[in-house]
Design a protein around this ligand. Structure first.
Ligand code: A3P
Length: 304
């Protein structure tokens, strides 16, 4: 508990060397033994890496750009299986807080989001007995850290300042950490035919190109017109104003349960390199050294 102060309300535990909420222990076995199908589609990431953006892209590509159907909340179309399941004594728990139950009722192909590293995915995936499509999205750790800070503040789960938070981040103390171990657990397998590794910065640079890359991986042909429509749907402004993906429903739920929670915007700045506005040079230097040390034995590189 001490290790993770001043993060409050939750307790944490190590699973396979990753920090997760302690209550993951309750459903770890269910995830381990999950019945996987080859036509499942997974989006995996370290938190704050552009997961929601990628999920919306993937869902629309696989559903013939059904923008009407996409009005349903992303949490319901794309269950987040390792979401904190706090079911003790909460009578009217919203559906999206019971992702494993949702999964059982979902029609196929199913869409699944997780921040779990490879090592904690269902056994059928890790052994390649089943080969669902897995799209991992990664983002440069400086922007991830800043975004994570605002996220924790928004939900009032972190009482410290930014300096305390980035120190927790680079010391691998935040949920889903260690950052590099998690991201590399997918990067190291990106030669597998069912795994695609993409980067937030590439989506920012050329969204159309990323859409085509993801569509090809998913075996879907898109016309130029469809790519244009999808780019518009996935633009920052459009997503920011789209209730189905901007998580306002969840933020409102948390604010009702906890009036101290300030709320805020989940789709916040959406920049590559936005950390420059919030990190001073000294911190950037510490991060750059930390990044370099962690990337010395891999081909993974971040643009920012
Ligand atoms: P910022 O906090 O830096 O703005 P996740 O979905 O993994 O939690 O990631 C959230 C981050 O993705 C937020 O970053 C959010 O603004 C950004 N994001 C979401 N949709 C986006 C879009 N359409 N374009 C650019 N960034 C987007």
């Amino acid at each position: 508990r001490k290790l993770y102060a001043p993060v409050r309300n939750f307790t944490y535990q190590s699973f396979h060397g990753y920090v997760l909420y302690s209550n993951f222990a309750r459903y770890q076995k269910e995830i381990e033994d999950l019945q996987v199908y080859d036509d499942d589609v997974w989006v995996t990431s370290y938190p704050k890496s552009g997961t929601t953006w990628t999920q919306e892209m993937v869902w629309c590509i696989c559903n013939d750009l059904d923008f009407e159907g996409a009005k349903q909340n992303i949490h319901e179309r794309f269950p987040f299986i390792d979401f904190v399941q706090i079911d003790d004594g909460v009578a009217d728990l919203p559906k999206f807080l019971k992702p494993l139950e949702m999964l059982k009722e979902m029609p196929r192909p199913r869409f699944i989001k997780t921040h779990l590293p490879w090592d904690l995915l269902p056994k059928q995936i890790r052994t390649f007995e089943k080969r669902p499509k897995i799209i991992h999205v990664a983002r440069n750790p400086k922007d991830v850290c800043v975004s994570y800070y605002h996220h924790m503040k928004m939900f009032n789960v972190f009482l410290g300042n930014f300096e305390q938070q980035w120190q927790l981040f680079i010391n691998d103390k935040l949920v889903s950490s260690p950052f590099f171990k998690n991201v590399l657990s997918y990067f190291d397998r990106c030669d597998e035919s069912n795994i695609l590794f993409i980067k937030y910065e590439d989506l920012k640079k050329d969204l159309g190109k990323s859409v085509l890359q993801v569509a090809e991986f998913l075996g879907v042909d898109l016309s130029e017109d469809q790519v244009e429509k999808l780019k518009e749907h996935l633009s920052f402004e459009s997503m920011k104003n789209n209730k189905a993906v901007n998580h306002t429903e969840f933020i409102d739920y948390v604010r009702t349960a906890n009036p101290k929670c300030s709320g805020g915007e989940f789709i916040r700045k959406g920049k590559a390199g936005g950390y420059k506005e919030e990190m001073d040079e000294e911190v950037v230097k510490i991060f750059d050294e930390w990044i370099e040390a962690n990337l010395s034995n891999t081909k993974l590189r971040f643009d920012c």
